[in-house]
Design a protein around this ligand. Structure first.
Ligand code: ATP
Length: 353
């Protein structure tokens, strides 16, 4: 096991003039599960491929377990990798697929069998050990790829969208299993995804990337509740955070069409005001600062109901309990708890609270 230290990494692809990674520094602790999250093209895969040694940096440095690996060939880095496509050998049975890395390391057959049996058990592949990959479902093939990756005593496990070829249900169940397995073996892991719910559910920490840079590095709860900027607030969460322009004055926020209490210590000025849909409640009689709103759309989601409402010029999302009696066209009063309000710089979008 080992930690990973990435310092001032810059990657410009040959012929490209954009920086696919732009001054990225990151420390992944020994045993940590780090998720790289961001929209398509933000540079997640590029970063992972440089840790793997599949791409070389333009400048900067990478160390694994204190060893400088920046220009070291892939096979000397002692890594395991799982990619989006099921990278299994079609002409080898599951047992040989899982044991492949061990055989390459010259381990005895008895030792290989023991380890393969252990990994197969962990990934529920025991009944399939004698099958060929073509005789497996997509989910099972991806399990083989994961089993092969965890069976070797690698320093680091790298995964690039390993669940993205699975259907939605399988994806959810395998996600929880993957978390349990990686927790159990305690491997230092870097995991790439563009799926925010996957990132929040799996990561000890999440590095949110934008335009080749890490724009926020935090634990999942913090990334969700305290986005470092409007980009993160808008990218994470379903629905994304509500944003409206507002003016803070004397402890109140005026958003035109209504006002509510500002968070403690907020300085007077103009801001982009952010609040999550589920933090807003309907008509709290104890709140003297409710905001009048008109309900436009009511969407029952099963576990909750999502409202689209207008406040003055603004359209905002409000998530209420599923049994709330509310219909399109209703006039309602919204309560916005000050502790849930985030203020962002109007120009840069950076968090101010
Ligand atoms: P996705 O989720 O779509 O895979 P990503 O966040 O992983 O996206 P990268 O694949 O790292 O993004 O790409 C980052 C940038 O580098 C993009 O602008 C992409 O077009 C560019 N890029 C990636 N690979 C190459 C390459 N081999 N040659 C030139 N440019 C590349």
């Amino acid at each position: 096991m080992a930690d990973i230290t990435i310092q001032n990494l810059v990657k410009v692809y040959p012929g490209g003039n954009e920086r696919a990674n732009d001054d990225v520094s990151l420390h992944v602790a020994d045993g940590e599960f780090m998720v790289l999250l961001g929209p398509s093209g933000c540079g997640k895969t590029t970063l992972l491929r440089q840790i793997a040694g599949l791409e070389l940096p333009t400048s900067g440095a990478i160390a694994i377990g204190g060893r400088d690996v920046t220009y070291m060939p892939v096979h000397q880095r002692n890594l395991s990798m799982v990619f989006q496509s099921y990278a299994v050998f079609p002409h080898r049975r599951v047992r040989a697929n899982i044991g492949f890395g061990l055989a390459m390391r010259g381990m005895s057959k008895a030792e290989i069998d023991k380890k393969v049996d252990w990994a197969a058990e962990l990934l529920q592949l025991t009944p399939y050990l004698d099958r060929f990959p073509a005789q497996l479902s997509g989910g099972q093939r991806q399990r083989v790829a994961v089993a092969r990756a965890i069976v070797v005593d690698a320093d680091v496990l790298l995964m690039d969208e390993p669940l993205s070829n699975l259907d939605a249900l399988l994806r959810l169940s395998f996600r929880a299993e993957l978390k349990q397995i990686v927790n159990q073996i305690g491997m230092t892991t870097v995991y790439v995804t563009h799926d925010q719910s996957e990132a929040l559910s799996l990561g000890d920490r999440v590095a949110v990337m934008k335009n080749g840079r890490i724009t926020q590095l935090d634990n999942p709860l913090r990334v969700y509740s305290h986005p470092a900027n409007t980009f993160v607030g808008g990218f994470i969460g379903s629905p994304p955070m509500n944003f409206v322009d507002g003016v803070v004055h004397d402890g109140q926020i005026d958003i035109g069409g209504g006002s509510f209490r500002a968070p403690e210590g907020a300085e007077d000025g103009r801001y982009t005001v952010g609040v999550r849909a589920e933090a807003i409640t309907l008509g709290d009689p104890a709140d003297p600062h409710t905001v009048p709103a008109k309900v436009l759309v009511v969407e029952p989601l099963g576990s909750a109901t999502l409202l689209t409402a207008t406040v003055g010029e603004h359209s905002i999302k409000v998530q209420v309990p599923a049994d709330t009696q509310v219909a399109a066209g209703d006039q309602v009063k919204l309560s916005v708890p000050p502790s849930a309000v985030r203020l962002f710089d109007l120009d840069s979008g950076e968090a101010r609270t």
